[in-house]
Design a protein around this ligand. Structure first.
Ligand SMILES: [Mg+2]
Length: 135
């Protein structure tokens, strides 16, 4: 799944432009989700040096992103917004402290994503059952 994740107030406490304390289990949860094959997109209004600070903060803790404010992988030819007029990052889920209803704790976020994945799988299995090959 593509998971867009905000930085300030979500991965760390909101102390913008400084970097606040890590939210409990945020980095470990994201690392686990990346390990499980999810594509993590850093989805933040930070740019320039402040964006780099956030990327470095995560990198030092072993967390690297598939994309940075972009659906294109880091290092790809059209990384960033070049070549497209759309500014929306497309993802299966968005994790943001400004979520309607607020930001759950990271244990709950992990469970919610696992549930969504299972539902997605069940949906696919249903269509596979209907139209897929028999074996
Ligand atoms: Mg935020």
């Amino acid at each position: 799944m593509k998971i867009a994740v905000d930085f300030d107030g979500t991965i760390v406490e909101h102390r913008y432009p400084a970097i606040g304390k890590e939210k409990p289990f945020a980095i470990d949860t994201l690392k686990q989700l990346a390990l499980e094959g999810n594509e993590l997109i850093l989805w933040t209004s930070r740019d320039g040096q402040l964006l780099q600070d956030a990327i470095d903060y995560c990198h030092k803790r072993g967390l690297d992103f598939y994309g940075i404010n972009s659906n294109r992988p880091v290092g790809s030819l059209f990384e960033g917004r070049t070549g497209s007029t759309s500014v929306k990052v497309v993802a299966d889920v968005y994790i943001d402290d400004k979520n309607l209803g607020g930001l759950p704790d990271w244990g709950t976020i992990y469970e919610m994503i696992m549930l969504k994945k299972a539902q997605k799988h069940r949906k696919r299995s249903f269509w596979k059952r209907l139209f897929g090959k028999r074996h």
